[in-house]
Write a protein that binds this ligand. Structure first.
Ligand code: GCO
Ligand code: MG
Length: 435
């Protein structure tokens, strides 16, 4: 994809360079596509007039990646070349408002790619890891949860044991409903390193229809069994993935209260978030919501009204680190903790951004981890380390991660059926439901 050539700098901010660092300019903005483990990732690389000084950011919207690439290269690049990368807030506001219509996942992801790259550049310029730049650490590492999926309860128990032996103390538990296209139940294949294939559209494996009642029953039976087996030795999470009718989700949250979940995730779709008020009035099951939020219109009200316990935004979907740190601070004042979305379709660059924010903010809750395999680690030198149930940052400046473009080029986007979008999930009568 080519962009218009830009001989002259775009409008710089109307003030000169600040501080003692030599002034620099943005010289190039590129979107890099790679799929080291089959999941389509988009990374933005911003280069500067200081030779070798660059930054990387996550712009991954795996279901619609080429729309994001166009937004980066056709619309943001011409706007950004010539600007001062030090002025992150100003660049963010300029890019955000230049579209007039805003707060959608495509433009937010494009903006995030640039925004994270600018924070990365600032850290490299200051010779500080991002969490230092943000104000320093509140903890030495960020506790993570990983997935324990199974075709039946016995398999889920085995997976929980295996993950606990690896040091994980927080697990997301999902179980297949026989004959149904259950969410979150991947193939039980994994490497000795514990790497899980997390590609979302591979998760709806038991092809078939999906009915809410048998699912809800199976979740209750599963947690009854798991608390019996494990007592309180493990923290458990379950993702409803906004699939059941809202009133059934309220009943489920009430019935699960006795099993003391770490949290119940996405009992409702963002469109149904007014039901949160009714749920809160009826039980104390902790609620996490937000991976589908893209706009402050959505995430400010449930925080302000203390309707959720964990805000789970996908940082690239809300526009990057600049809005995410503000959101974390807003949440702090209302006693809401962070649990940034971190599946396989958040790139390792996005996970690094999650991690640095998680190390800094006082109101950190938990971090979803993806256990990367060797191909991903080769493409992204500096991938955060995962050990002892937590994610650890390295001491490298900025995000502490980079992209090896030669390695990335070895993994072009695969040709997916449906072009990588979600498969259709239907009720028995054929009605399409949420994924
Ligand atoms: C999670 C999620 C993901 C999403 C996926 C969509 O909590 O990890 O629900 O697995 O389904 O990111 O592409
Ligand atoms: Mg989820």
């Amino acid at each position: 994809m080519t962009s218009p050539s830009l001989p002259e700098p775009a409008v710089p901010a109307p003030w000169g360079p600040a501080g003692t660092l030599p002034p620099i300019r943005i010289t190039d903005v590129r979107a890099i596509c790679t799929a080291p483990e089959g999941i389509r990732l988009v990374i933005v690389k911003v280069e500067t007039s200081d030779p070798g000084l660059h930054g990387v950011g996550c712009a991954t919207f795996t279901q619609r990646p080429m729309a994001v690439v166009t937004a980066v290269e056709t619309y943001l690049k011409p706007l950004l070349i010539g600007r001062n990368p030090d002025d992150i807030e100003d660049v963010w506001q300029a890019a955000f408002h230049s579209a007039y219509w805003r707060n959608g996942p495509i433009l937010n992801n494009a903006l995030s790619g640039v925004d994270m790259a600018l924070w990365d550049i600032k850290g490299r310029r200051a010779a500080m890891p991002l969490h230092q730049l943000l104000g320093g650490r509140s903890r030495r590492s960020a506790d993570v949860y990983v997935h324990a999926n199974g075709r039946d309860a016995a398999e889920v128990e085995d997976r929980i044991r295996a993950q606990m032996e690896r040091g994980f103390r927080h697990l997301r538990v999902q179980m297949a409903v026989p004959g149904q296209a259950s969410y979150g139940v991947g193939k039980p294949t994994e490497t000795a390193l514990g790497h899980q294939p997390t590609q979302s559209y591979r998760l709806a494996l038991d092809q078939g229809s999906w009915e809410p009642r048998p699912y809800v029953r199976s979740v209750l039976d599963l947690f009854e069994r798991l608390r019996g087996t494990f007592g309180d030795t493990v923290e458990m999470i379950h993702d409803v993935h906004e699939r059941v009718p809202a009133v059934m989700a309220i009943q489920l949250a009430k019935d699960l209260e006795r099993y003391r979940l770490f949290y119940l995730e996405d009992p409702f779709a963002p469109e149904d978030q007014e039901y949160l008020r009714m749920l809160r009035a009826q039980c104390a099951t902790p609620i996490a919501l937000g991976e589908l939020y893209v706009s402050p219109h959505e995430y400010v009200p449930p925080i302000r009204d203390r309707l959720i316990d964990f805000v789970r935004c996908h940082i690239s979907d809300i526009g990057g680190i600049t809005p995410a740190r503000k959101l974390a601070t807003l949440a702090e004042f209302f006693g809401v903790r962070t649990a940034w979305h971190g599946p396989g379709d958040t790139s390792p660059v996005g996970h690094a951004a999650n991690l640095h924010l998680g190390l800094h903010v006082p109101n950190f809750g938990i971090q979803e981890a993806t256990l990367w395999g060797e191909p991903t680690r080769a493409v992204f030198p500096g991938c955060p380390d995962i050990r002892d149930g937590a994610m650890w940052a390295n001491d490298a400046p900025g995000l502490g991660i980079d992209i090896d473009e030669a390695e990335a080029a070895k993994h072009p986007f695969p040709e997916h059926a449906l072009n990588g979008a979600w498969p259709e999930i239907r009720r028995r009568d054929g009605t399409i439901i949420r994924p």
